[in-house]
Design a protein around this ligand. Structure first.
Ligand SMILES: Cc1cc2nc3c(=O)[nH]c(=O)nc-3n(C[C@H](O)[C@H](O)[C@H](O)COP(=O)(O)OP(=O)(O)OC[C@H]3O[C@@H](n4cnc5c(N)ncnc54)[C@H](O)[C@@H]3O)c2cc1C
Length: 476
């Protein structure tokens, strides 16, 4: 057993790095298992968890759930790890109730209802008191429970390096108020630093399509990946993500999610052509529709694409969801008029004028697209893309348009974990006394089930925190 031989600025049993949902759950679970805990958070805390929209997953613990999640994972998760995840995740509601929260079921549950075992995918939200989004209500409950337990929280403290003695992780070197601050961990360190939504290098290296923007916490830059990589961690799920489409404006670092208030809209590529069933896209996998690379012209011809809508749709409501994500404080106008004035939305008296303003390459192609779409609406049958009849609504000039980009709700990649939440090295061995939780090295290896990230925060956070607390303490 190695000694904690360093001179630390402070010492504890378990250090949790990153104070979002996973970090909070890990801290609570470690504390309740008898460990002293210190949380390091580089910002104020809450991360993407606080900005989340609605639900957390609490699957029914059955063979059906296993079959379903196994299919979503596409062979990227070992059976033992999958079993442990379902075991902990299926007790999420119980955990929320233990913390004093109330929950309600959120239909519909499964994101892929046609896949076998879909009935086991049940989602809940923590009931709020002020009509707030589910992430906000969940975060309040978790952070109140952290405070109530007197768990030490070091805000504005970024972990910079994991300290290892012999073959065990024994502490963290951090930067606190511009100064180095070291913390010894007698039992273990839990990494829960979230995703890499704002790390351009990692996005370029691992994701399909570029640029990809993000809706969430701007502090999530993949720090935990580097911390773990330095100790030889195996990475997994680096190309897995959930990314609907959204709008990106220079004044805001984060993006605004696209949410159409009416069916009078289409999406076209840079040549002005439709390329998908706009109203039938699977929300989390929209990025797959636009990541096609044009190898003749050497570019992603659908990044950006263009959202095109008409006056009736403009007046029906905001073209985004208000009140969640990083930009939740922004008050989008109810008829999109302010955003039109700002130049975020472009307008055209006809197709040619709009094509010019949006830099669509061929105004003629765009006009043809609109003419074909009009015919499609009149026929009531979309032979090209299978859009459903009731959503085939003709567009009347004036027309409006906004560039559309794939935008991340999450990245799932990071250090690989085993069935106890330990981080694995490249040779398949656990890195001793190093655990991971949440979106950093998530279980979701390919397709994403709605509520899966918050569900995983609660489950993997508790699991990692519990096992970290059960490590035999190192001696001074
Ligand atoms: C708009 C939006 C809506 C969403 N809606 C849902 C939903 O309804 N259901 C669902 O399941 N999922 C949803 N998600 C995804 C979900 O919110 C996240 O996957 C989840 O909250 C991640 O939790 P986490 O604890 O792993 O990371 P986070 O909550 O992001 O926390 C990570 C924390 O680590 C900190 N950190 C980073 N680096 C360091 C460092 N070096 N040192 C110290 N601290 C560090 C960050 O500042 C951050 O506070 C949504 C995401 C977004 C953006």
């Amino acid at each position: 057993m190695p000694a904690v031989s360093q001179l630390w600025d402070e010492e504890t049993d378990v250090v949790v790095v990153g104070y979002g949902g996973a970090g909070a759950a890990a801290a609570i679970s470690s504390h309740d298992a008898g460990a002293k805990v210190v949380i390091l958070e580089k910002d104020e805390g809450g991360g993407n968890t606080q900005l989340a929209t609605r639900t957390f997953l609490c699957p029914i613990n059955t063979a059906a759930a296993r079959e379903h999640i196994r299919a979503l994972s596409f062979g990227t998760v070992e059976e033992e790890t999958l079993d442990a995840f379902i075991e902990w995740c299926s007790r999420n509601v119980e955990f929320i109730r233990e913390l004093g929260g109330e929950v309600e079921i959120c239909p519909p549950g499964p994101t892929f209802p046609k896949l076998q075992g879909a009935e086991a995918m049940v989602r809940y939200r923590v009931k709020g008191t002020r009509g707030e989004p589910g992430g906000e209500a969940l975060w309040r409950l978790l952070s109140q429970n952290v405070e109530r337990r007197g768990i030490k929280l070091r805000r504005q403290t970024a972990a910079k390096k994991l300290v290892r003695a012999e073959d065990s992780v024994v502490g963290v070197a951090a930067e606190m108020a511009g100064k180095r601050h070291t913390i010894g961990a007698r039992r273990a360190v839990v990494l829960s630093t979230g995703g890499f939504e704002y790390n351009e290098w990692l996005k370029r290296q691992f994701l399909s399509g570029y640029p990809i923007y993000a809706f969430g916490h701007t502090g999530n830059r993949g720090d935990g990946i580097k911390l773990a990589q330095e100790l030889g961690a195996e990475l997994w799920h680096m190309k897995s993500l959930a990314a609907p489409m959204g709008f990106k404006f220079p004044e805001w670092e984060a993006a605004f999610i696209m949410r159409m208030p009416a069916s009078g809209f289409i999406i076209v590529d840079q040549a002005g052509k439709r390329f998908c069933n706009e109203t039938g896209l699977e929300h989390y996998s929209m990025w797959m529709e636009v990541s096609r690379f044009d190898s003749e012209r050497l570019r992603y011809s659908r990044i950006p694409s263009y959202l095109i809508f008409d006056e009736k749709t403009r007046l029906s409501g905001p073209v985004t969801t208000i009140g969640h994500g990083r930009n939740r404080a922004y008050q989008w106008s109810s008829d999109n008029s302010t955003e039109l004035e700002k130049g975020w939305i472009q307008s055209g008296r006809d197709a040619a004028e709009l094509a010019g303003k949006l830099s669509i390459e061929s105004a003629r192609e765009f006009e043809n697209t609109l003419a074909t779409y009009r015919e499609t609406c009149r026929k009531g049958r979309d032979e090209d893309f299978g859009r459903s009849k009731e959503t085939l609504v003709e567009l009347e000039a004036p027309l409006y348009g906004v560039p559309l980009w794939p935008c991340l709700l999450n990245t799932q990649g990071g250090p690989k974990r085993n069935s106890r939440g330990e981080i694995m090295d490249v040779w398949g061995n656990p890195i001793k006394r190093l655990y991971g939780a949440g979106e950093l090295g998530s279980i979701w290896g390919f397709l994403y089930q709605s509520g899966g990230n918050l569900g995983e925060c609660l489950a993997s956070g508790r699991m990692a925190g519990f096992h970290a607390a059960s490590e035999h303490p190192l001696q001074d």
